[in-house]
Design a binder for this molecule. Structure first.
Ligand code: GLO
Ligand code: NI
Ligand code: NI
Ligand code: NI
Length: 387
């Protein structure tokens, strides 16, 4: 199978994704809840998976006793050993418990903010026990329904304070974590702070340890906001900040659907994979999605296989694109070079500025140069459809 995934592809799933029992806001679960070790075994049946990620409470329930926690960890570790799966990323559940109903790091209650930071410290320890090196922050409850309730500037300051504290903690404890911030515009909050990946790229520059902080963009989240995900990821890549990526799919503008990667947006998915391939992204590729509510656990395995297969097929299509003679010829045509023009503006100097001011451009002629974009775009369609 030319599209068979390998662990080296660094495809990962979460205890909460393949273990998702199919509940939605209007109905309860349609699949039985599986123990963490069972979820690892399920993933072990799907060839080519690199690892499994977790929130602290996916592994250890928030109210577990020490004895229960130890038993769960023992079983989980055994299952990891049997299947060879790694735990490359860990994260904190700062959204499910009622204590976080008004946020964690940005809660209006100072004691809840302190509890949130403590919960992350403990969860970082748990992740480190299983070898995680990437730590994701998704501020699902960091937001508001009404701006009467919270000062959004204060919220940013609270968030910065918490992250600066946790960076230093990670350094002191020598966890070796890299932090990855995950943006989302809304859901579960009416409005979530740092709504898009670009907001986090700006936020990171204001931190005490920007070098250990990057982003974890998620396709569905940017599509919920009606944005071009590929451009958000490009901004992260160009800034050297793409530390992790959440792959899934989503109809534009809808509620958070978490569909299988590539199942809706064929073209955006193609250009996303093209971006990752062209710029040699070799980090984790996490499928943050879940199977349809109608699926049983056999079909959940099909969902996991399909997620990776789609990625590998798109990778193959990208290679075809990059060596397609007609497409490459068109690309050369539209990227018009001019040594003289490039030299003038590539670097500022007084003489370049004067020369540029004096140069005559034939605006009408320039506007007439052909851009056969329809032809190019149709070739992409033909290529994707295998025609
Ligand atoms: C929800 C988010 C969530 C995060 C997870 C990792 O929409 O995508 O699944 O990715 O909590 O921190
Ligand atoms: Ni999501
Ligand atoms: Ni989601
Ligand atoms: Ni996510």
């Amino acid at each position: 199978d030319p599209f068979a995934p390998k662990p080296a592809d660094k495809f990962t799933f979460g205890l909460w994704t393949v273990g998702n029992p199919g509940a939605d806001p209007f109905g309860g679960p349609t699949r039985e809840k599986l123990e963490p070790a069972k979820i690892v075994e399920l993933l072990g049946d799907v060839p080519g998976v690199h690892g499994v990620n977790f929130h602290d409470n996916d592994l250890i329930p928030i109210d577990a006793t020490d004895a229960e926690a130890n038993q769960i960890k023992k079983d989980f570790r055994k299952a990891l050993k049997r299947t060879g799966l790694k735990v490359p990323m860990a994260t904190t559940d700062l959204f499910r418990d009622p204590v976080f109903k008004d946020g964690a790091f940005t809660s209006n209650d100072a004691e809840i903010r302190a509890y949130a930071v403590q919960k992350v410290m403990r969860a970082m320890e748990l992740g480190a026990e299983f070898g995680a090196k990437t730590y994701v922050f998704w501020g699902g409850r960091e937001g508001a329904e009404s701006d009467a309730t919270k000062d959004p500037v204060v919220a940013i300051k609270r968030m910065r304070e918490a992250i600066d504290f946790l960076c230093q903690y990670s350094i002191d404890r020598k966890f070796g974590y890299r932090f990855a911030f995950e943006a989302k515009p809304n859901e579960p909050r009416g409005h979530i702070y740092n709504a898009v990946t670009g907001s986090y790229l700006a936020f990171i520059q204001t931190l005490k340890h920007p070098e250990m902080c990057g982003v974890n963009p998620e396709m569905a989240h940017e599509h919920m906001a009606g944005l071009n995900f590929v451009h958000q990821v490009a901004a992260a890549l160009e800034a050297g900040k793409l530390f992790h990526i959440d792959l899934n799919d989503q109809e534009f503008g809808r509620f958070d659907q978490d569909y299988r990667f590539g199942s809706i947006s064929y073209k955006h998915s193609f250009f996303l994979v093209k971006l990752l391939v062209d710029y040699k992204y070799d980090g984790l590729k996490h499928f943050d999605s879940h199977a349809f509510r109608q699926s049983n656990y056999d079909d959940v395995k099909a969902f996991a296989r399909g997620s990776m297969r789609t990625y590998k097929i798109l990778e193959h299509k990208v290679k075809q694109f990059n060596k397609d003679k007609d497409i490459q010829k068109l690309l050369r045509q539209i990227n018009r070079k001019s040594k003289a023009a490039e030299q003038l503006v590539s670097k500022y100097s007084k003489s370049n500025a004067n020369a540029l001011l004096e140069r005559e451009f034939d605006r009408k002629k320039l506007a007439e140069r052909p851009l056969p974009y329809e032809e190019l775009d149709q070739r992409v369609f033909d290529l994707m459809m295998g025609v």
